[in-house]
Design a protein around this ligand. Structure first.
Ligand code: GLY
Length: 375
């Protein structure tokens, strides 16, 4: 089924490219994307899907399109257009770094380095963390970190490997340590966000933005933790990060419903119409596949994680995907963006589509996405 799912997905990506040339998908409340300019945190996933399609098919059209996107990412960075946030890794790893990884594209590498410098602007020395949202000194967000950032700091680890400049590594490690200490809880669940006093970094308390309540476990946040800490381990080889990733994965697996695809929050009361977040399950599958790259054969977690990936991906492909549904723009249905905020489309999420395809390609072709350079 995996090969069939990949081919179906790539066909849909190709059809989107021809129907909406030079446009990027945005989330809507309907079962479709809204196609427009690059002005959100999510465009990198679409460019990344095009790179994945190129790596699988080697069809020049995919490479040409992904490289043409670079101009947009370059302008966006020059103009600082909608970049006043920490999601710079999500934007520039699957686009600019991907161009370097797949095509040794020098401009892609230079752009990724510039993006890393932009992310460094969000480092807050007083509190020793990367501020997620808002401007420095922002009353609500000035002292706030969020778990999602674990997927942005690979840009800094990579920049350190490229340049040897210690500042990138110091910031990435400090932020990972702070996230591990304050966003991860004793039972291996996670807060979505944590607040500090911005003037001296005194911890204040955990909370949520997209989860069910402040102390709940937002499923996508838990998935970001799994994959993000696994990537911190890949870059640093510090065993505590791998341990955190495994623990987060065990929590995720043990709280899944019967069909192995997560609801939008692990603490939300489940009723007939409770939304799922298929994107969280796709991200978690990629995170677990990353963890599996680092486990010895005799490690007791290996069987559990392998089985969990198999069950989640089978459920996603057979019950949630648009496999065989012609004309659809998205790959997996029943993703949730921001249910708590009333932005509750329970449908296509471009990051869900990206990680679903990444997981399929990790499973079959050993193509691991664009979060690190390959050895
Ligand atoms: N990083 C934002 C989200 O996961 O919705």
């Amino acid at each position: 089924m995996w090969e069939q799912a990949i081919q179906d997905a790539i066909q849909k990506i190709k059809s989107n490219m021809s129907r909406y040339p030079k446009k990027f998908p945005h989330i809507t409340a309907e079962k479709r994307y809204e196609w427009g300019e690059s002005n959100d945190w999510i465009e990198g996933f679409y460019t990344g899907m095009i790179w994945l399609s190129y790596e699988y098919t080697k069809e020049p059209l995919f490479k040409e399109t992904a490289l043409a996107h670079l101009e947009d990412y370059k302008l966006r960075l020059q103009e600082k257009r909608h970049l006043d946030h920490h999601d710079i890794g999500f934007l520039y790893l699957p686009s600019a770094l991907a161009a370097w990884i797949v095509d040794e594209h020098e401009e892609g590498k230079q752009l990724a380095l510039k993006a890393a410098d932009h992310l460094m602007l969000r480092w807050r020395e007083e509190g020793q963390y990367i501020q997620a949202w808002g401007r420095k000194g922002d009353e609500k967000n000035g002292g706030r970190i969020i778990i999602d950032c674990m997927m942005n700091i690979p840009l800094l680890y990579w920049a350190y490997n490229q340049t040897g400049d210690e500042r990138y590594r110091i910031v990435a490690v400090a932020h990972a340590d702070k996230s591990r200490r304050y966003l991860m809880r004793g039972d291996d669940s996670s807060y979505h966000t944590f607040y500090f006093n911005p003037s001296d970094g005194t911890p204040i308390g955990g909370g949520t933005h997209q989860g069910y309540h402040d102390g709940s476990t937002w499923t996508r946040g838990q998935a970001w933790a799994i994959y993000g800490f696994a990537l911190s381990y890949r870059y640093t080889r510090d065993a505590k990060y791998l341990d955190t990733a495994i623990r987060a994965a065990r929590f995720f697996i043990s709280h899944l419903p019967e069909d192995n695809v997560a609801y939008w929050d692990f603490d939300v009361p489940v009723e007939a119409d409770t939304p799922r977040d298929s994107s969280a399950s796709a991200i978690a599958a990629c995170g677990m596949l990353e963890i599996l790259e680092h486990l010895e054969n005799e490690d007791g977690n290996k069987g559990l994680l392998t089985d969990a990936v198999e069950r989640s991906m089978t459920s996603l492909a057979s019950r949630y995907s648009t496999l065989g549904e012609e004309g659809e723009e998205g790959l997996i249905k029943h993703g949730s963006y921001y249910v708590r905020g009333g932005m509750g489309p329970d449908d296509y999420m471009i990051w869900g589509d990206y990680y679903y395809l990444e997981a399929l390609l990790r499973l079959t072709q050993r193509i691991p996405g664009y979060w690190y350079e390959r050895e």
